[in-house]
Write a protein that binds this ligand. Sequence first.
Ligand code: CP
Ligand code: NVA
Length: 314
Amino acid sequence: MQAGAPADPILKMSGQDLTCDLDLSHDEVNYLLDLADAVKAAPRRFASALAGRTLSLLFEKPSLRTRLTFELAIKQLGGDSVFSSGMIGEREPIKDVARNLERWTNCIVARTFSQETVMELARWSKIPVINALSDLYHPCQALADVMTLRERFGSLRGLKVAFVGDGNNVAHSLMLSAARLGADVVVASPPGYAPNPDVVGQAQGLAAAAGSTVTITTVPEEAVTGANAVYTDVWTSMGSENEAERRRKAFCGYQVDEKLFSLAAPGAVFMHCLPAHRGEEVTDAVIESQQSVVFDQAENRLHAQKALLLMMID
Ligand code: CP
Ligand code: NVA
């Protein structure tokens, strides 16, 4: 697929699924971001683009942004959605769930504990499967994040993006998505909480092709100094609640407060996927500051996911 302005008819993804950020090619990401900008500028132009199509939303974990933005996205594109909560594969095999949903609906959006559950749905389903957050990746969040950075800075090329905190699903998808668009990504995590080494290797491979870098450190100041964007996320992700107390101790010193944020470049933005825990990974002063773009990120979830659905669903 060639990058460029959104064409009519809209170009479809070459692969069927978005199980992880790598399922979109570099050109497809650029096309998606252009399309998301077009959708944001003129939403009514796309009001019946997916008329008659239905999404299945399967969520094993809570959600505000992801659930509502997918429900709104499909509705505003002329389609509809159905929602189901609970563990996928508990009552019947995942392969049977997949082969039911493909008979009734046009796309599965799944929020799961395990990446393997998303992969299994994708393996058995003839309709597209979108990862709406797993233990390893949060690709829909990353699309909104790079859209937000592009809006603010024009391009990601040459930006320094710092992630301070847990080397988790959000950090993984940010590394992959920002590095491939030319940003230098530095992740600062406490010992024992660094990003998954395989994902770091993938991100470094993408960075090498893009002329950017991905660096892992334990020193928050090293990540934030001169950064154009400072990103953080909760210290305890959904599913790890029994580790919360241990993590609060381990992450002490990794809070994005005014002192740490002041090391960033002039005009730097503060980013967070939300929900945020004020007083833990970020102070109230930083998240409420003029430099905070957290609600732009949240808004862009809607536009980026509309573009994604337009490219994935026939
Ligand atoms: N950022 C995000 O995915 O939010 P939800 O957990 O509310 O969907
Ligand atoms: N890392 C967080 C992100 C929530 C949107 C979690 O997985 O709980």
